[in-house]
Design a protein around this ligand. Structure first.
Ligand code: BDR
Ligand code: CA
Length: 319
């Protein structure tokens, strides 16, 4: 099993990254850090704890991270995720799961990376504030983490502005810092990839039908409601009618082509380019990810920028 640390801002689609990392047989979720993003930090944190309650998972350590971006003012996404960050469900106010305070989130992330000795993968599905701070505070960790996989950015595509994807827009300085790290393998699930992973009506119905027959019906119904809310948001905001792209779990799933050594014959069909990327931090193009060099050839120390993946396999794992 691949040890995972998840840094997230739930978030309708972050929910599915939590689900996949918690139950899929490939992953061993070690801990979660929360970050501002789709909603204010208090809400993304509460959503994380409440969701783990619903899943009956009580052994995952959850740490609260950054409340604001490094430099820019906060930017949330109520139109896409609802004002509480997860539209379509109302979580109870009190949760059984509680935040951990034994150490702060940066120390907890550092400890997890060291404990798993080059094996831990850091999965980032929100603005990169926490992750930027982690490597600024402990630069030596770049050589100790196995892989950083990020949902963010897009080449010539945006969802906040025509240029910028939400996670990079919400903290462009952090995104630029993290993408500029050297000595660490970075995988990116940009919009160009995640827009190929659509929660179509057919997929949503599969979840619904299983919720009628399965012993896990209660939580399947919740996931169904979340996806339907997300779907409506995409219809209203972007005019996309086929269904919402389910961005965040793609950053998790796309580490398997690198690391699923037990099933070498598995066909992930992962296609990527390898480029150095920068993020524009200011002005009208804030949050835009741009290729840092000559576009014609891939570079060996470039970021793995996902372009395509076996979408059927993704849904099979998730469902
Ligand atoms: C990303 O932005 C957030 O709104 C989603 O949760 C996802 O992480 C997509 O651009
Ligand atoms: Ca997210």
């Amino acid at each position: 099993k691949i040890p995972i640390w998840l840094d997230c801002d739930p978030g309708n689609d972050d929910v599915f990254a939590i689900l996949l990392s918690t139950f899929n047989q490939n992953f061993n979720l070690i801990g979660i850090s929360t970050v501002h993003g789709n909603a204010p930090l208090s809400m993304t944190t509460h959503n994380t704890l409440a969701l783990l309650d619903i899943l009956n998972v009580y052994h995952i350590k959850v740490y609260q991270g950054s409340e604001t971006p490094l430099i820019k003012p906060s930017h949330f996404a109520p139109q896409i995720h609802g004002s509480n960050g997860i539209g379509g469900v109302k979580f109870p106010k009190d949760t059984i799961n509680q935040l951990c305070y034994d150490v702060n989130y940066l120390q907890a992330m550092k400890q997890a990376i060291l404990n798993y000795n080059h094996k831990l993968c850091l999965i980032c599905t929100g603005p990169l504030t926490n992750v930027s701070k982690l490597f600024t505070t402990y630069p030596e960790l770049t050589s100790k983490v196995n892989l950083i996989s990020i949902m963010g950015g897009g080449l010539n595509i945006g969802n906040v502005t025509p240029y910028a994807e939400f996670n990079f827009f919400a903290d462009p300085d952090a995104a630029d810092n993290v993408l500029s790290l050297t000595g660490v393998k970075i995988n990116l699930a940009p919009l160009n990839l995640t827009h190929k992973v659509i929660a179509t009506k057919e997929i949503r119905n599969k979840i619904f039908n299983k919720s009628l027959t399965s012993k896990n019906s209660k939580f399947r119904k919740i996931f169904y409601n979340i996806l339907n809310f997300f779907s409506e948001s995409y219809k209203i905001k972007y005019g996309i009618t086929e269904g919402p792209p389910i961005h965040d779990p793609v950053a998790l799933f796309s580490i398997l082509p690198f690391l699923d050594t037990e099933n070498e014959n598995e066909d992930y069909n992962y296609q990527y380019i390898r480029k150095k990327l920068r993020v524009i931090t200011d002005g009208d193009h804030q949050g835009e990810s741009i290729i840092d060099e000559d576009e014609s050839s891939d570079t060996e120390d470039g970021i793995y920028i996902g372009q395509n993946i076996n979408v059927n396999k993704f849904w099979n794992e998730l469902l």
